[in-house]
Design a protein around this ligand. Structure first.
Ligand SMILES: Nc1ncnc2c1ncn2[C@@H]1O[C@H](COP(=O)(O)OP(=O)(O)OP(=O)(O)O)[C@@H](O)[C@H]1O
Length: 296
């Protein structure tokens, strides 16, 4: 189920999907569209590896699915509800998002400015209300968090562990992860992937995981989504993608797609250089029809 047009990653009707994105087009203010007719449907219990080159739009897509950016209610549904408009999805913990931004904000008063106050990991983790103490204890142990850590004096990996712990405290139904394990050591990463797998298999949670690190992902994932030129270009349920059967084929298949993506991008850029006026008109029309000015 993969080809040169955008790929819908499941045939299930929208209400039975944990995540449903239908023909999402998104442009940052004053820019060309980053995502165009981007569609994704994931059944409950699935684990989707979201892949693509730097700048392909993975973070943007996750932001939109996480309800951090406004789009029309019928374009993105999480558990059948629009994530930007239905605040209870995130406030109640059913939808959880773990991204890179957190590390810059927590334990600092802005980028690279440490907090003067001494907040402990315990205060942050035990400060989250309505959490099952057994789940909290398990996560603290799994992530090897020392509750006495001072948040202003942590390594990137330690800070990341606290972030992940906080994001997983509530038993989410949909979890969106954007390169969250990049700072973790190998044991931390593998233990977390195993925990995620259990969450999907036992509780029916659904996880979308964007990363450039494919170690352990071939066995872990149930679905693959590859973004290129603003569209979900390759992917589907793992069982439906013949190229990636077998652990070692995931990296080589994605490498092949990345090379095609890069060649196509270079060809587009060369064409744009040759006809700059056409690109300007295209950008203006995207801006007029798709400009979304609301962020969370
Ligand atoms: N706030 C912003 N304003 C304007 N353009 C943006 C903004 N954030 C991202 N972009 C652009 O949108 C495109 C997609 O960025 P995005 O961060 O979604 O890509 P990505 O696939 O997550 O990349 P990476 O793998 O490098 O993390 C890039 O061309 C980027 O320059």
């Amino acid at each position: 189920m993969h080809g040169v047009v955008d790929v819908v990653l499941d045939d299930a009707p929208e209400p039975s999907c944990a995540v449903a994105v239908d023909a999402l087009t998104y442009a940052y203010p004053g820019c060309d569209a980053v995502l165009r007719d981007w569609s994704l449907r994931l059944p409950p219990g699935s684990r989707c590896l979201l892949s693509g080159a730097n700048g392909a739009g993975k973070t943007t897509a996750l932001h939109v699915i996480a309800g951090k950016t406004m789009v029309n209610e019928d374009v993105v549904r999480v558990l059948g509800r629009p994530p930007f408009h239905d605040i209870a999805l995130t406030c109640g913990g059913e939808l959880s998002y773990l991204g890179a931004q957190w590390r810059r904000n927590i334990g600092s008063a802005g980028a690279d400015v440490p907090l003067q106050g001494d907040i402990s990991a315990r205060k942050m983790i035990e400060g989250v209300a309505d959490v099952d103490p057994a789940r909290r204890e398990r996560l603290v142990k799994l992530l090897d968090v020392d509750l006495d850590w001072s948040m202003k004096a942590l390594s990137d990996g330690q800070r990341r562990r606290v972030q992940i712990c906080l994001g997983l405290l509530k038993p989410y139904k949909v979890l969106l992860c954007d390169e969250i394990t990049v700072d973790l050591d190998i044991l931390g990463r593998l233990d977390l992937l195993e925990f995620f797998k259990e969450e999907c298999e036992v509780r029916g949670a659904t996880i979308v995981y964007a990363t450039h690190i494919f170690d352990g992902m071939a066995d872990w994932m149930t679905h693959l989504a590859f973004t290129s030129n603003g569209q979900l270009k390759y992917g589907g349920a793992k069982v439906d993608i013949p190229e990636i059967q077998g652990t070692k084929h995931l990296l080589s298949t994605i490498e092949k797609w990345l090379r095609i993506d890069r060649d196509e991008r270079r060809a587009r850029e060369a064409a744009e250089l040759a006809a700059p006026t056409a690109k300007k008109i295209d950008a203006a029309s995207h801006f007029q029809t798709r400009h979304m000015a609301y962020y969370r």
